[in-house]
Design a protein around this ligand. Structure first.
Ligand code: GUN
Length: 295
């Protein structure tokens, strides 16, 4: 039987409706959640992500602004801007879109963001709090993966989850979230990466596969157990002359063959992508609520 499709678009819509209610309540108290995004250069994927976040903000009632710097901006200029934004009460959340140009030390920039405004959850304080099970902001894509699993009736509790890929923005934080002794987590987690010798064999043992290695169609049907749940975090642009844009998006899994074998799978696009943006909206609303309390 073909796999059930886990629609990130649908789950994201459900969460956005919940957020609209929260934003309306905040506005009654005179607070409009504010998000500022900083983009450096014109990387097409970054332009597209930031515009998606702007649209989502508008839909939910969050005030958003985007500051665009040219590619040759210096690290100093960017650091100065972050300092200003840290102090600006209009913005409850600050997001610096990655990747940054090579001449800028991204860690230095991310580490300067006030952890209480770090809606991406990338600051080392927030990474540490997540690992010890006291999250302040959960990073958006990993939290989106958890919400997708739980809200689609595939809770990871007690399941064997195999995470493919050990990046700081997806693989490692997904692990930190799913190993906690908490509702919607409490999974047995294995991680495979480029240093793993018998990757296919390990992935075949998974009840839930999370593909986040950034490699088009790297997870193939022979690596997936019959009846497994597959979450595809990959967003890879591959050339396609039949498309107006000249490319199409494919995930890290071979969707067409895996869907004949898996219990459930997320599509690309329309899976994890809309969830990432929605969890950013949730973090921004939460930032506004918490900053209102501390004033
Ligand atoms: N680039 C790719 N994913 C992300 C993300 O989640 N946040 C930021 N800031 N940049 C990204």
């Amino acid at each position: 039987m073909p796999a059930e499709l886990i629609s990130g678009t649908k789950v994201a819509e459900e969460i956005r409706e919940e957020l609209k209610v929260k934003v309306a309540e905040l506005k009654k108290k005179g607070i409009t959640p504010g998000l500022v995004m900083v983009r450096v250069g014109e990387d097409p994927a970054s332009v597209s992500y930031v515009s998606g976040k702007t649209k989502a903000s508008e839909e939910i009632g969050i005030h958003s602004e985007t500051i665009v710097f040219p590619e040759q901006t210096t690290e100093q200029e960017l650091l100065h801007k972050v300092e200003q934004l840290n102090k600006d009460p209009k913005f409850h959340g600050i997001l610096v879109q990655l990747p940054l140009p090579k001449h800028i030390d991204a860690d230095k920039v991310l580490n300067l963001i006030n952890p209480q405004k770090d809606v991406d959850g990338f600051h080392p304080i927030n990474v540490g709090k997540l690992l010890i099970g006291e999250p302040y902001f959960m990073p958006c894509t990993p939290h989106g993966v958890q919400e997708l699993l739980v809200r689609s009736g595939n809770s990871p509790e007690g399941k064997h989850v195999v995470i493919c890929g050990r990046s700081n923005i997806v693989g490692k934080p997904v692990m930190a979230i799913l190993i906690q002794k908490k509702k919607g987590a409490n999974a047995t987690v294995t991680m495979v990466h480029t240093g793993t010798k018998n990757m296919a064999e390990v992935v075949r043992q998974a009840d839930i596969v999370i593909a986040a290695m950034g490699s088009p169609k790297a997870i193939t049907a022979d690596m997936v157990r019959e009846g497994a749940v597959v979450i595809d975090v990959g967003v890879n642009r591959v050339a396609d002359a039949t498309k107006k844009s000249g490319f199409r998006l494919v995930g890290d899994t071979d969707f067409d063959t895996i869907k004949e074998k898996a219990k459930a799978i997320t599509p690309v696009p329309g899976g994890v992508g809309p969830m990432t943006i929605t969890m950013l909206m949730q973090n921004t609303v939460r930032a506004a609520e918490m900053q209102a309390k501390s004033h």
